[in-house]
Design a protein around this ligand. Structure first.
Ligand code: SF4
Ligand code: SF4
Ligand code: FES
Length: 286
């Protein structure tokens, strides 16, 4: 994922945010002026700054941030790329709610409402609205990859449609990390980060554990056990906050986390499942 991160000098250069175009001849008249409060600062500290800024019909919060950058605060740092809800770069908190700025319409707010934009709270600030999300890349690396089934070449894989549909729902993830930022396990508890992968990566574990062709178990990797012991599945108390903020509408809790918990509990505590697995394994080994 390439990403524009920077200030007015380089962010979005060439891609043409509509805020810049709005200043040119033929652009629609400014509809009204909004009151924005934008967090400015760096790892050493900072605070909210006030801006009065014009808003035109059809604009989103990212347009307004770009207009502030273009007209009032040329060194305002903001990360963005696609302006279409697909790159996952422009995550921030708007009036306290984690959202994609490019998908948050100004028409969602009353004209006299103050719109407050702050950086994602669960990750360290780099500058202004840009945070360091490397926690997520570290967690991604800790999830072992799909293990190809032995004896099948690429092109010979066959799956039922219901299994394809499940994976495809999870693969809609744009890695915006809004779910990771929202989850209370890490949002207010920095100390939990070492032991907890977060909803996005527990979803990845669930996807692989439910994948009918994943041969992890045959290769000695127990994804259910690692979900509990290494990725912190037990920290999740299925509050569904992650699901509520997902811009792709992925049912993270219902379709990934709860099934993964059920499978892990079955594996650990159900004596019949334990016996069945043992018999199945013995059959495979003989
Ligand atoms: S459902 Fe689990 S992973 Fe999602 S926000 Fe709640 S505790 Fe976090
Ligand atoms: S699961 Fe949804 S909220 Fe979480 S990173 Fe992916 S797209 Fe973003
Ligand atoms: S700029 Fe790509 S998701 Fe918002």
């Amino acid at each position: 994922m390439s990403t524009h991160t920077g200030t007015n000098g380089d962010a979005g250069a060439g891609a043409g945010p509509s805020a810049a175009g709005a200043e040119t001849a033929g652009a629609p008249e400014a509809a009204y002026r909004a009151h924005f409060r934008v967090w400015r600062g760096d790892a050493g500290g900072g605070g909210l700054r006030d801006f009065r800024v014009e808003v035109n019909d059809g604009e989103v919060v990212l347009d307004i941030i770009h207009r502030i950058q273009a007209t009032q605060a040329s060194d305002l740092a903001v990360r963005w790329n696609c302006k279409a809800g697909k790159c996952g770069s422009c995550s921030a908190e708007v009036n306290g709610r984690p959202r994609l700025m490019c998908m948050t319409r100004m028409s969602d707010f009353a004209r006299d409402e103050t719109v407050t934009v702050t950086p994602l709270r669960a990750f360290p600030v780099v500058r202004d609205l840009v945070t360091d999300v490397s926690f997520n890349y570290e967690k991604a690396r800790e999830v072992p990859a799909f293990v190809p089934p032995p004896g099948l070449a690429a092109g010979e894989y066959r799956m039922s449609q219901v299994d394809v549909d499940r994976s495809q729902e999870f693969r809609k993830c744009i890695e915006c990390y809004l779910c990771q930022n929202t989850c209370h396990v890490v949002r207010d508890h920095e100390e939990n980060k070492a032991a907890f992968a977060g909803p996005r990566f527990l979803m990845r574990v669930a996807e692989l554990d439910m994948h009918p062709l994943d041969a992890a178990e045959e290769s000695g990797l127990d994804r259910k056990r690692t979900a509990q012991d290494e990725h912190g599945l037990g920290y999740c108390n299925i509050t569904k906050c992650c699901t509520e903020v997902c811009p792709e509408g992925i049912k993270i809790t219902d379709n990934a986390l709860i099934p993964l918990k059920e499978r892990a509990v079955d594996r650990a505590y159900d004596p019949l499942v334990w016996l069945g697995n043992k018999i199945r394994r013995r059959g495979r080994d003989t």
